[in-house]
Design a protein around this ligand. Sequence first.
Ligand code: ATP
Ligand code: MG
Length: 599
Amino acid sequence: MILRLSTLFLRTLREDPVDAEVASHKLLIRAGYIRRAAPGIYTWLPLGLRVLRKVEDIIREEMTAIGAQEVHFPALLPKEPYEATNRWTEYGDGIFRLQDRKGADYLLAPTHEEMFTLLVKDLYSSYKDLPLSIYQIQNKYRDEARPRAGLLRGREFIMKDSYSFDIDDAGLEASYQAHRAAYLRIFDRLGLDIVPVTATAGAMGGSKSEEFLHPTPIGEDTYVRSAGGYTANVEAVTTVVPDEIDFTSAPAARVLDTPDTPTIDTLVEAANRIAPRDGQPWTAADTLKNVVLAVDLPTGERQIVVIGVPGDRAVDLKRIEANIGAHLPIGGEIGLEAANEADLKKNPGLIKGYIGPGLSLDEPVLGTDGSAGLLYLVDPRIVSGTSWITGANEGGKHVFGLVAGRDFGWDGTIEAVEVREGDEAPDGSGPLEAARGIEMGHIFQLGRKYAEALDLKVLDQNGKLAVVTMGSYGVGVTRAVAALAESNHDERGLTWPRAVAPADVHVVAVGRGEEIFAAAQQLSQDLEAAGLDVIYDDRPKVSPGVKFGDAELVGAPTILAVGRGLVDGVVEIKDRVSGSAENVAVADAVQYVLTAAGK
Ligand code: ATP
Ligand code: MG
């Protein structure tokens, strides 16, 4: 293939677009790969489409290699299947909704679990039909709150989504591992650095889940890693639970007046003044802070959740949201907020600044009994025998030496506080450090959640109906194009890896002489005949500076210049990434480029 710049539908730009912050966004627009149509919505131009298709092809090959079969669903979908799984409600403002002329509700699919489940239900009825993995490469629509960074977070984007269907857990594990391995091969072939991290299942429900993050400072995901190889999404990090402490000889708790101590800082200061501890001053870590949150349940009720955490740790709402599902009768994405004045008024036992779990197990204010309607959860560091300074549920009073398991109980534990650098990795592989990344792919063991909601059952070996178990696996295809541009550029433009570059070689005719154009034309044809994809800058009246500038901006891995050297029988061949250039005899040029291209 030869793309001639005299006719190619391409206009490169000298200036960065005003709304672009990250390099990939600026360069993909300036080099003529994409154009913005609306916030988070892009049009693909010829060069962009070529890269996109190469990424898609690599993904297709690896999906085919694990036996997954390609299908294609509509993006415009009826509401009913999404109502059956409650996602019509759970997605809230996150999806595009519309109505047909009869007033029936539709949505533009943000992901397709429901449709895949129903399709298999439609066609399959026996365990003998399984396992099955099917996938599509298709547009997704999400009304993202902050469409950002061009293709990295779009409102219309392309995802490869696959789904596996198995009769039992062992089958699901095998399908999951096959996808995991395929994903590692895909990112390896794309030349994208990837860190697989343990994730929480979030809106998808289910159990095991991993994200494939591409480490980069512009990433929106924070993850942690340890020297010993532990990696996890911050939401999924679990706390190393301390050993329980024997409390048989612990002194009784006592309530002390601590006027004007509504904050942890004022409390610590007062504690050291009123009740100093021998040898070791009180710190925020000795206090138990109780944070009041609220969540609106689908039943219309408002659930108050109080969470007890060590006072030296900040609450991390995202971690709470990712883990609270286990304690509430609802699934999906759960939005929690700080309790408001009205919530506190309805629960007069909760005295702002002085909230505590109560003074004895027999008369709890929070915790398993007494706390009618309130859910009391604690950070996993609060284990039986630990002793705390905390609110006495009376204005201006705190209780000292309140012992967990002796004086107070709780309804459950939850990962509720920030993960700090230096915290121990849960697998004992050393202290954690934080890093940033972009989520390129995500694999989930969905289990039976969708199959149950949509009644996908098949006959098992014993002739009994069994619920099918599923996995769901996504790769951001358009996001991969952006991430590749982000990690492959320099100050002059894009520097595509060969596997996805829009062309193997960019031939530039430099100068005016007819013989130059004739030679450049002939070389382009020879390169094409050798199986290479060629961009040929045949524009007659464009200066060498502009031509080289465009070649570097567009970013094909090899630049071949036909110019002054031609009289001596040589052309200049330059590696776009290293910048190293060599004069090569015209007769050897095709072989030279083939070798550089690894062909
Ligand atoms: P994120 O946390 O970045 O919002 P997600 O967890 O919502 O992503 P999934 O539902 O797991 O995304 O979708 C699978 C893949 O689709 C993601 O791993 C990502 O590569 C891609 N993706 C998700 N949202 C977008 C988007 N708005 N624009 C481009 N790609 C996206
Ligand atoms: Mg995800």
